[in-house]
Design a protein around this ligand. Structure first.
Ligand SMILES: *Cc1c(COP(=O)(O)O)cnc(C)c1O
Length: 387
């Protein structure tokens, strides 16, 4: 009996993501796009870039899409467009990816960390106003794991304090926000500037590095293009210190193909999440991701919260022993990182963020997961003692 189970277990391996399967699914189309691009040999600023930017703009219903080299650059370029001064303060979630805080510090602005909500993992808007000072210039909400931060409240707070809103939509491309007046808008197109990443594992990923900025503001769009291109207003005329950050033609060609599948892929992620939800709703000791009324969730990650760090680590090891990958996003909050030590935060400053880092775990979720793999995961998980 035990022997048979062992055979089933070792037959299946559930990687955290399966980029090879993703490629195989659209191999002919992608190979053709790559070959056409190489044939044209316009590797930088080729027609593929313009085409993809237009396609994504129409997909998102946003006026301007400007490609760049990666998502971190997108955030840096966004901050460079706002005419900020050294020590101006930018509000950033303490629980999330490093890029918003990293580029803020790099540009000599001051990251001001903010607590997140224990159930959505996004900015806790109840506390948001308490971080605002005379030096505050911008808020960077991260739409974490594929679900929007509470943009309605964030926008009204930002408006009343005259702050910029830069959305980090790297994990939420193709996810919608539902305003209380019934309007619906794509995440990343709501604030002054939206930023995304096409890192291969994102919901829309390329085959290397890539990123983009979104805006509906013509002046900001001009400025973004200029800064991303060495600060050149026209060739060899440098208006401000800029950077060299481009989405290359090959990546754009690949992204044009993959954009056609983003809606279907996101829908499949939601179906798998639904199955996970149903399963975890029967386990009292697990908090599964809360679906907010105001946002779609496209499950870049499916993250559960366990009762303790010990249980989380035990569960992770148990999954690994059964060939199921899992990841901790994120193991350490930003305010306790060595890189931001100079800001002077202490342990205990953001209890929710700190506790999530100890107890959260992300499970495999991607469109290519087979029914057999999902069944195997759920039956394996059901044999774990969460008490
Ligand atoms: C991936 C990611 C980024 C950075 O993107 P890169 O392309 O790797 O620079 C920024 N913010 C969030 C929330 C991300 O998930």
């Amino acid at each position: 009996m035990g022997r048979r189970e062992t055979v089933i277990d070792t037959d299946l391996f559930i990687p955290f993501i399966d980029l090879k399967a993703q490629y195989t699914g659209h191999k002919d189309e992608i190979d053709k796009a790559i070959n056409d691009c190489i044939d044209n040999a316009n590797f930088i600023n080729g027609s593929e870039v313009k085409k993809f930017q237009q396609e994504l703009a129409s997909f998102l219903s946003v006026k301007h899409v400007i490609g760049c080299a990666n998502g971190t650059d997108a955030l840096q370029i966004a901050l460079m467009c706002l005419d900020l001064q050294p020590d101006d303060e930018i509000i950033i979630p303490a629980f999330g990816y490093v890029s918003p805080a990293e580029v803020t510090a790099l540009l000599k602005f001051k990251p001001v960390f903010a607590e997140v909500d224990p159930f959505t993992f996004n900015l806790d808007v109840q506390k948001l106003e308490s971080y605002i000072t005379k030096q505050t210039k911008a808020i960077i909400p991260i739409h974490l794991f594929g679900q929007g931060a509470e943009m309605g409240t964030i926008l009204s707070i930002a408006n009343s304090h005259n702050l910029f809103v830069i959305e980090d939509a790297a994990q939420a491309l193709g996810s919608s926000y539902y305003f209380s007046n019934g309007n619906q808008q794509q995440l990343g197109t709501i604030g002054h500037i939206g930023c995304t990443s096409f890192f291969p594992t994102k919901n829309l990923g390329c085959y290397g590095d890539g990123g983009a900025l979104f805006t509906n503001d013509d002046n900001l769009a001009q400025k973004i293009k200029m800064i991303a291109n060495h600060g050149q207003a026209e060739k060899y005329n440098y208006e401000q210190v800029g950077v060299n950050s481009r989405l290359d033609s090959l990546q754009a060609a690949i992204l044009s193909v993959k954009l056609n599948y983003l809606r279907v892929d996101n829908a499949r992620r939601k179906e798998i999440a639904e199955q996970y939800d149903q399963f975890f709703s029967t386990i009292d000791e697990i908090a599964y991701p809360l679906k907010a009324m105001y946002s779609e969730h496209i499950y870049h990650q499916y993250s559960i919260v366990l009762c303790s760090k010990v249980k989380r680590d035990e569960f992770k090891d148990y999954l690994a022993a059964h060939n199921i990958a899992s990841m901790i996003y994120y193991p350490k909050p930003l305010h306790l990182q060595q890189a931001f030590k100079h800001l002077g935060y202490k342990k205990g400053a953001f209890p929710v963020s700190e506790s999530l880092c100890d107890r959260i775990l992300s499970l495999p979720i991607y469109p290519e997961l087979s029914l057999q793999q999902i069944d195997y995961m759920l039956s394996t998980i059901s044999r774990f003692d969460f008490n």
